[in-house]
Ligand binder design. Structure first.
Ligand SMILES: NC(=O)C[C@H](N)C(=O)O
Length: 351
């Protein structure tokens, strides 16, 4: 492995009793509000990350009735600080862990702000049908009505569940189970923040038991990228479209090293005039892939014809499109292949 995992990571043998009749679940702790502490039990903003994976498990002894737990402290940061190194470590560790016959599934604890990006990245790079569950919280561990402990209990339960297999990476929070491709953070503060877009939720917990609405299924066109040799991920920026957006940002992005650009377009992926002009000029000069997504949380940016220079993101939102584009560039897709990749996610696609 190109990344020296032993140097970067400290395996924490979470000290829990082992019960041979229970399944084994490994928890990867990265930080976020679920691992945060405030100065009082009423503080729900301005708290800091501080708890390790052992403390997260200690707070919910009920978990030990469900699974034997092993854990890694992969990072302990606000999710705005998650980077390619952490992502690559996570996917390499998890792929190795899930290859072990003894492991039933894994849970990743994560800040909610960028949780959907990590979920998308893992979903496209983990090669296993075992459950992979990413979970967070909106209230710090010290708050009255902290949501982390029950969310963690549900996530571990899901990771042991036979019916959760073959569904890709699942985002689990506040009783809901959603897919990595179609779940997005909708509220900046409230505990009930993760909602699926048009494509719908996968399932729900009733008395902490996961129920799925549909038989095993994966989102249409969900690819797998083998990036086991990657040491970094390509620089891809997102430019937000709005009235009178500044076209100079397009070149600034390229000049600072972007290998691809995603636009959070207006409506169904509209770039607005100055972005459009600058982006087409940049494309003519460099050929770097540019993807038009939609700043509206739901809907589709149509995939353009193969002779068009811009590639529609289909249903994927800008942050998920960025992850998809980074991975496609990393494995060497050309622009036509990238176009087919996004086209594949459209309902009814036969691209
Ligand atoms: N609720 C949260 O976890 C938010 C936190 N700022 C994070 O994303 O790390």
């Amino acid at each position: 492995s190109p990344v020296d995992l032993n140097a970067l990571l400290r395996r924490q043998d979470v000290d829990t009793p082992q019960n041979a009749s229970l399944p084994n679940v490994t928890i990867y702790s990265t930080g976020g509000t679920i691992a945060s502490v405030g100065t009082s039990n009423t503080q729900t903003i301005g708290y800091s990350v501080g708890l390790g994976v052992q403390q997260l498990v200690d707070a919910v002894p009920e978990i030990l009735n469900i699974a034997n737990i092993d854990g890694y402290q992969v990072s302990n940061v606000d999710s705005g600080r998650i980077n390619s190194t952490i992502l690559l470590n996570l996917t390499q560790l998890i792929n190795a862990e899930l290859a072990k016959e003894t492991v039933a599934g894994v849970v990743i604890t994560h800040g909610t702000d960028t949780l959907e990006e990590t979920a998308m990245f893992l979903d496209l790079t983990i090669n296993s049908t075992k459950p992979v569950v990413i979970v967070g919280a909106m209230r710090p561990a010290t708050a009255l009505s902290a949501d982390g402990p029950l969310n963690l209990l549900q996530a571990v339960t899901l990771a042991t569940s036979e019916v959760a297999r073959g569904r890709g990476v699942m985002i689990s929070l506040n009783d809901r189970i959603g897919s990595a491709l179609y779940t997005t953070k909708m509220h900046a503060n409230a505990p009930d923040t993760f909602y699926a877009t048009e494509q719908g939720q996968l399932g729900f917990y009733i008395n902490q038991v996961p129920y799925f609405y549909y038989e095993h299924a994966l989102p249409t066109g969900k690819p797998f990228f083998n990036i086991s040799g990657a040491t970094d991920l390509p620089h891809v920026d997102i430019l937000y479209a709005h009235q009178q957006a500044n076209g100079a940002l397009v070149n600034a992005s390229y000049e600072s090293g972007a290998e691809g650009i995603v636009f959070a377009g207006v409506g169904a992926g509209g770039l607005t005039p100055a972005y459009s002009l600058a982006a087409q000029e940049l494309y003519n000069a460099t050929g770097i892939p540019m993807v038009a997504s939609h700043r509206s949380p739901d809907g589709f940016a149509p995939i353009s014809e193969s002779n068009g220079w811009i590639i529609g993101s289909g249903p994927l939102n800008p942050q998920k499109s960025r992850v998809m584009l980074q991975l496609a560039i990393e494995v060497g897709y050309d622009n036509e292949k990238i176009r087919s990749l996004f086209a594949g996610t459209m309902p009814d696609a036969d691209a």
